[in-house]
Ligand binder design. Structure first.
Ligand SMILES: CC(C)(COP(=O)(O)OP(=O)(O)OC[C@H]1O[C@@H](n2cnc3c(N)ncnc32)[C@H](O)[C@@H]1OP(=O)(O)O)[C@@H](O)C(=O)NCCC(=O)NCCS
Length: 169
């Protein structure tokens, strides 16, 4: 299996998430608007643990989350990628994405998702990828639909109602 450390999309540069991204992730995780749909803001300690878990994920599976920078001015745009997760007792590989609010509404989550799905299916050989969001997160629901995910069922995840979608290769 190939390890994809970095890649480009049309407007973005992606690099494997590491501890060097702590400041950017702290800024994201302490932003109430961004974190409203992601379980609320996280302290610096919680973000360090988040990075540690994601660094281990990369070591264990050879893929994980990437940090995305604007190609032109290198500004931190967000984080997105693939991670294993347990949904109602079943192991799944999830597409995850979160962007700083100033970058919302420009098609960037969809641009990240398209490339990550190609990596997942074509280079990592995954057979299916899931994506889920709070029932109230209409922007994320729209991103999933634009990426071709099919609605599968409603689920309770982290104690909250979510829409659960799947994309099969
Ligand atoms: C959800 C999120 C990733 C979307 O990022 P984005 O770059 O704005 O997404 P895109 O521009 O690619 O697509 C958004 C789509 O949702 C639509 N949309 C936005 N707000 C909407 C709303 N309230 N109701 C319905 N559709 C909405 C947009 O019009 C667009 O669809 P279109 O291209 O057909 O016009 C971003 O808002 C975010 O990071 N939110 C916080 C973290 C988060 O919720 N992550 C997902 C967890 S599951």
């Amino acid at each position: 299996m190939q390890i994809i450390e970095t890649f480009y999309t049309k407007r973005l540069f992606a690099e494997r998430l590491r501890f060097i991204h702590l400041n950017d992730l702290d800024r994201m995780h302490q932003n109430k608007q961004v974190m409203a749909t992601l379980g609320g803001i996280r302290s610096d300690d919680e973000t360090r643990l988040f990075i540690l878990n994601n660094v281990h994920h990369w070591e264990q599976y050879g893929y994980g989350l990437w940090v995305f920078l604007d190609k032109i001015n290198k500004q931190f745009v967000g984080r997105a990628g693939l991670r294993t997760t347990l949904v109602e007792g079943k192991n799944e590989v999830e597409l995850a994405y979160a962007l700083m609010a100033k970058f919302w509404g420009q098609g960037l989550a969809t641009e990240m998702g398209e490339k990550i799905l190609r990596i997942g299916f074509d280079l990592l050989g995954l057979q299916d990828i899931v994506c889920f969001t709070l029932t109230t997160n209409l922007a994320s629901k729209r991103v999933m639909e634009k990426l071709g995910f099919q609605y599968e069922r409603d689920i309770i995840h982290a104690g909250l109602p979510h829409l659960f979608y799947r994309l099969i290769v």
